[in-house]
Design a protein around this ligand. Structure first.
Ligand SMILES: CC(C)(COP(=O)(O)OP(=O)(O)OC[C@H]1O[C@@H](n2cnc3c(N)ncnc32)[C@H](O)[C@@H]1OP(=O)(O)O)[C@@H](O)C(=O)NCCC(=O)NCCS
Length: 143
């Protein structure tokens, strides 16, 4: 676990959750209250998948109800996207932001590409790096 000011990055082995009797780990980036680090403000959970192309799949992005509208989710996404750039891995997610949420549309505004009508989005830190068939096989996994 690495702490950088108010941003905490947990690796799957340090972030285990029991799901149907099985311990499952996920990566997590959390923004916390620096004066009270057990109070989280916004967090993102994601997993690493190596095939068909190395990528991270974002499972949840959540800001505490009382803390919304203060750009905490944007900061968490900045960190997540910085990791995608650093590791040169693709990012995928299914947009679950409700139409009446003021944050609606934030992934597109951040440069994520909408892949289908179900709201599957992709972030590519190295456009043009993979061949078109390889990228299509990757996209087909989620769409
Ligand atoms: C979606 C969610 C994570 C956004 O969290 P947040 O911390 O409020 O988001 P931010 O403050 O960083 O704002 C994100 C964007 O929404 C806009 N926004 C947020 N609240 C706003 C408000 N009250 N008025 C106007 N714009 C607002 C911001 O300006 C920003 O816009 P930008 O993309 O143009 O920069 C939060 O609403 C949430 O937890 N919702 C429930 C769970 C959910 O839907 N998660 C996503 C699953 S994919």
């Amino acid at each position: 676990m690495e702490n950088i000011s108010n941003i905490i990055y947990k690796k799957p082995e340090d972030n285990l959750e029991e799901i149907r009797g099985k311990k499952v780990g996920s990566h997590e980036i959390t923004i916390v209250d620096p004066d009270n680090p057990e109070n989280w403000r916004s967090k993102v959970n994601f997993e690493y998948v190596s095939r068909p192309l190395p990528h991270y799949y974002l499972h949840t992005l959540d800001t505490d109800l009382a803390e919304r509208g203060q750009r905490y989710a944007s900061k968490v996404m900045d960190e997540f996207e910085a990791l995608l750039h650093k590791t040169k891995r693709l990012g995928f997610l299914e947009d679950g932001i409700e139409l009446n949420d003021p944050a609606y549309g934030m992934y597109e505004r951040r440069g994520w590409r909408k892949l289908d009508e179900h709201g599957i989005y992709m972030f590519d830190p190295r456009p043009g790096h993979y061949s078109e068939p390889a990228m299509q096989e990757m996209i087909n996994r989620y769409t």
